[in-house]
Write a protein that binds this ligand. Structure first.
Ligand code: TYD
Length: 153
């Protein structure tokens, strides 16, 4: 996915998102003795227009975030600091990712139930989102989410 151009800059082929999908991928890294730099451009490094950014921080030990799916929203989660685990479920497969690197993104497409837990004490979870906040886009009840998946078959 990442290609070294020979100029110290890594170019990236566009990732392909979609409904029910989740996967990790690498962002570009500009390594520097003064500290690394990673950048994200909408419709280039993430497969959607960037319309919202939010972040989770000061998460108390044992807390669980998420516990919902989205009808249309696409998101990418990044651990900017510390670590946390993300469980994803598209009604067919369940997977668990551990995020602890600032240049790794976890893409989560529409119709994927997610939960984030095991936050380390200094964890910061950055979320890049394709749309502004819209509560009507959420499934907050797992059974209703599964029923919607079945109805859409
Ligand atoms: P929620 O998406 O449930 O948080 P998480 O999935 O990270 O556990 O949102 C928690 C609350 O914050 C809920 O009342 C909605 C509100 N909220 C906004 O107002 N704007 C936002 O962009 C987000 C993500 C949440």
């Amino acid at each position: 996915m990442l290609k070294n151009t020979g100029q110290g800059v890594q170019r990236m082929t566009m990732i392909v998102g979609g409904r029910g999908k989740s996967f990790t991928f690498k962002f570009p890294v500009i390594p520097d003795a003064r500290g690394n730099l990673t950048f994200v451009e909408g419709n280039r490094h993430v497969p959607f227009e960037l319309n919202r950014v939010y972040y989770l921080y000061d998460v108390p030990s044992g807390a669980v975030r998420g516990g919902h799916a989205h009808r249309d929203l696409e998101q990418v989660l990044i651990s900017l600091s510390g670590s946390f685990d993300v469980s994803v479920d598209n009604g067919v497969t369940r997977e668990r990712y551990s995020l602890n690197r600032s240049h790794i993104g976890l893409y989560i497409g529409p119709m994927v139930w997610r939960e984030m837990e095991n936050f380390s004490s200094n964890a910061i979870c950055l979320v890049l989102a394709s749309k502004i906040y819209d509560e009507s886009d959420y499934f907050r009840d797992y059974d209703q989410f599964i029923k919607e998946l079945a109805d859409q078959q």
